[in-house]
Design a protein around this ligand. Structure first.
Ligand code: SF4
Length: 406
């Protein structure tokens, strides 16, 4: 049981550091080639080498996504890329395409291989098939129920990974041409623009600009709008089912999102692994997850009925109770700190400070000044400001503001 891994997204080096600081056992990142999530601040080879150093120095694992579907013309390029990558000695590659799997086996045979959710593994026979082909871990299809996860555990002897948190997609494990058709950005190459979530209207050809609303409810229409996955309340069942890795979605999300979500799952998983008999779900964990930008939460297909529950019609808007306003860069001996603003914040307002291990505090912002000591009334986005923080604040802590209700 102690082997259960918490796997978090690393959209860039900053987010990788954040994921590790806030409790991830392993992170997944995209290279500049052959990974889905094309524009997620992907890592070039130098950045991957830095990421390797960072993760190794903290005894964490680093997985690289190579999960795009390969075209024949790209084969040579992948072989060359794999040769360059092999020197970095990453912990595993995440692949979907059997062709990519075969080329990894050929070029870098000792490399551990994880199968992406895009490969749609839905049964134990498929899991065994992939294991025999050289896959060490499979990220199961998102469409599975808990009973199906259990039955794959019984029938296949390789590591199982499941998504526990983040965006769901109404296309079968992410295979969809809607975005390609409407924007030229291919979901299967990692660039989905999420047009299934846009609002649509009807227009008569000779009256451009005059839109006739299509209404499913009073707010409009949401063609195939999915909720977000949140399994924080169901970790005991997943762990008991024999899942080896719990994966958080979201390489495109903010540093604040990565921090807030990772620390909650870390706290819950630690509590569960420490004493499964005494484990109790803490409602504060769920409250914390409401503080990040998300669509209404759902358990997806885990308990069946996902076809109904996954599509959300009443309110498709992203929601969050807090805004991310700054990152602590440095803490000085006198208790003041250097903070980089991410949103404007003001002297006199009340902010929250969060850190790893669910450490948090509320405080009223005191005087603000530049690094040179020039007084400020407001901290601007990206500006560095000096201000007092609650005792115990650490570099890497994040500041947030509660949004006004209503
Ligand atoms: S358009 Fe929507 S359904 Fe299609 S891949 Fe993107 S998120 Fe999924």
């Amino acid at each position: 049981m102690s082997q259960v891994e918490l796997l978090a997204p690393a959209g860039d080096l900053e987010k990788l550091q954040t994921a590790i600081d806030y409790g991830a056992d392993a992170v997944y990142a995209g290279g500049e080639q052959f990974g889905l999530r094309a524009q997620a601040g992907n890592f070039n080879l130098d950045q991957l080498a830095r990421a390797r150093e960072l993760t190794a120095s903290r005894q964490k694992k680093l997985y690289l996504t190579l999960n795009a579907y390969l075209r024949s013309a790209e084969e040579e390029g992948l072989v060359a890329y794999l040769e360059q990558l092999s020197e970095l000695d990453l912990d595993a590659y995440i692949v979907s395409d059997p062709g990519v799997l075969a080329l990894v086996r050929q070029v870098d045979p000792q490399r551990s291989i994880h199968l992406s959710t895009q490969a749609n593994t839905t049964n134990a026979a498929a899991a065994r098939f992939w294991h025999q082909a050289g896959v060490d871990r499979v990220n199961l299809a998102r469409e599975l129920s808990l009973d199906e996860v259990r039955s794959i555990r019984k029938g296949a002897d390789l590591e199982l990974e499941v998504f526990v948190h983040g965006a769901l997609c109404v296309a079968y494990s992410g295979r969809c041409l809607l975005s390609t058709a409407l924007t030229g950005r291919s979901a299967n190459q990692g660039a989905c623009a999420q047009p299934c979530r846009w609002r649509y209207a009807l227009m008569e050809e000779t009256r451009p600009g005059q839109y006739f609303p299509i209404e499913e409810d009073s707010r409009g229409t949401y063609i195939m709008n999915s909720r977000d996955l949140c399994l924080i309340e169901h970790l005991p069942q997943l762990v008991a089912a024999g899942v080896n890795s719990l994966k958080i979605e979201g390489r495109m999300k903010t540093r604040y999102y990565v921090a807030a979500v990772t620390r909650v799952y870390r706290a819950a998983l630690d509590s569960l692994l420490e004493d499964p008999q005494k484990y109790r779900f803490d409602p504060a964990w769920r409250d914390e997850l409401d503080m990040v930008s998300h669509r209404p939460y759902d358990t997806g297909f885990l308990f069946g009925g996902g076809d109904q529950a996954q599509v959300h019609r009443e309110d498709s808007l992203y929601r969050r109770t807090h805004d991310f306003v700054g990152v602590v860069q440095q803490v000085f001996a006198d208790g003041r700190a250097l903070v980089q603003g991410r949103n404007r914040f003001f002297s006199g307002e009340v902010l929250g400070l969060i850190g790893p291990t669910m450490r948090q505090a509320e405080f009223q912002v005191g005087d603000l000044a530049t690094e040179q000591g020039v007084p400020l009334e407001v901290a601007q986005p990206n500006a560095l400001v000096v201000t007092a923080l609650p005792p115990g604040a650490q570099p890497g802590d994040l500041l947030r503001r509660q949004k006004e209700q209503g």
